[in-house]
Design a binder for this molecule. Structure first.
Ligand SMILES: C[S@@+](CC[C@H](N)C(=O)[O-])C[C@H]1O[C@@H](n2cnc3c(N)ncnc32)[C@H](O)[C@@H]1O
Length: 374
């Protein structure tokens, strides 16, 4: 517990992710956000909340304890709403670079809260080389790519190969690198947990339920699960192996980056409030019937059970009848079902089963949608 308090303190001050490790195409398919929706969302790196804007909800409360992730989410959302030219938008956030990043980032940041304007006045150089090479996780993956000698020329020939061939390629190129003693030590270090965004509580949950006996084994089996997906459109794979998305296909990038979504998001009247802090502060400030949708990433996995209970009580207190709650978890069992037993929160079985099966990040044992019943 103390280790996780320290983890959270360090994590909140670091720029860890530049993309969200969740399949926001599924969220978009099952959340049913529309112009009457009011959404409370933990943003992570923001690909999910930026996609939601294309559904033009009435209001979004975007919250994260990590200022870097929140500022990046705000940039993605605001660029989707305010940058009229799709090529400029795609260059900045699809390719992660722009010929004049200072001016373009500044133009978007002008519409953001003052602290974020100051943040981007300092951090626009992230778009010089590519946003997708910046941040702790990308630096860690870049080092792994260099050690293993892999890049797009390794990935592309594997796209139409059978799954077994792809998995063998992982064992040939990546597994030996991860098993080198100093890499193994690094992989088991707190730095690596930070890069994976897995706190101690969550790591223990992963290892409890996995046959793998170390985080290295977990990482390798995760890569092999990814290898079994449609590689051409799996943006997590392209990002991890090449440091960029597959720009040849619109369905190979997070939805908010696609042209049709940009058309829907541009000019969206959605009022977005950005809150830097704990989701509990937001919930506490909300009255009854405030929100219709809650998207929580896998943040409940970071919480001990009494805090999870409190979270459900607060959601119930602030939600409209029929509100939807989206959570992801590395656990076998849903914490919502375990705590509530289907009384106030009913599992949306089809949406949850399909999303658990199809989430192309392959990072979770569960992707759950619950409906709140008052
Ligand atoms: C739980 S992390 C894990 C990684 C996540 N699955 C992803 O794809 O990015 C996702 C985000 O939740 C944020 N977070 C965790 N606990 C939070 C809390 N209690 N309130 C607000 N944000 C929180 C973290 O700062 C991080 O940006």
């Amino acid at each position: 517990m103390l280790r996780d308090i320290a983890f959270q303190r360090v994590f909140t001050g670091l720029f860890v992710y530049n993309i969200l490790f969740e399949d926001s195409e599924l969220d978009d398919r099952f959340l049913g956000i529309d112009e009457d929706s009011d959404v409370l969302s933990i943003t992570g790196a923001g690909c999910g909340v930026a996609t939601m804007v294309s559904r033009r909800p009435r209001r979004m409360d975007a919250v994260d304890i990590n200022k870097h992730h929140l500022a990046l989410s705000a940039l993605k959302i605001t660029a989707a709403q305010r940058l009229d030219d799709y090529d400029t938008f795609y260059s900045l956030l699809g390719r992660g670079m722009h010929i004049d990043p200072q001016a373009t980032v500044g133009r978007v940041a002008d519409h953001m809260p003052a602290w974020m304007q100051r943040y981007w006045a300092r951090h626009w150089p992230r778009f010089n080389r590519s946003l997708y090479l910046e941040g702790l996780t990308s630096k860690m993956l870049g080092a792994m790519r260099r050690l293993a000698g892999i890049d797009a020329s390794w990935l592309i020939p594997l796209l139409d190969k059978p799954v077994e061939v792809r998995q063998q390629a992982i064992d040939d190129a990546i597994t030996p690198v991860l098993n080198r003693p100093y890499v193994k030590l690094l992989m088991q270090s707190p730095l690596q947990l930070l890069a994976l965004g897995v706190n101690y509580q969550q790591r223990d949950r992963i290892l409890e339920a996995e046959p793998d006996d170390s985080i290295v084994d977990f990482f390798i089996s995760h890569l092999k699960r990814l290898a079994a997906t449609d590689l051409a459109t799996n943006w997590f794979v392209w990002w991890a192996i090449t440091g960029a998305f597959n720009h040849d296909r619109q369905d190979a990038v997070p939805p908010y980056l696609r042209k049709t979504r940009h058309e829907a998001s541009y000019g969206a009247p959605t009022k977005v409030n950005f809150h830097r802090g704990n989701i509990f502060d937001r919930l506490e400030a909300g009255g009854p019937k405030t929100w219709s949708h809650y998207t929580l990433c896998d943040a409940p996995d970071w919480m001990p059970e009494p805090v999870q209970r409190n979270l459900l009580d607060e959601i119930f207190r602030t939600s409209r009848d029929g509100a939807i709650v989206l959570t992801r978890s590395v656990d076998e069992e849903s914490f919502i079902d375990r705590i509530d037993g289907g009384k106030r929160f009913q599992l949306m079985e089809d949406a949850s089963r399909i999303s658990t099966l199809e989430d192309r990040s392959r990072q979770y044992r569960r992707v759950d949608f619950h409906r709140v019943c008052h």
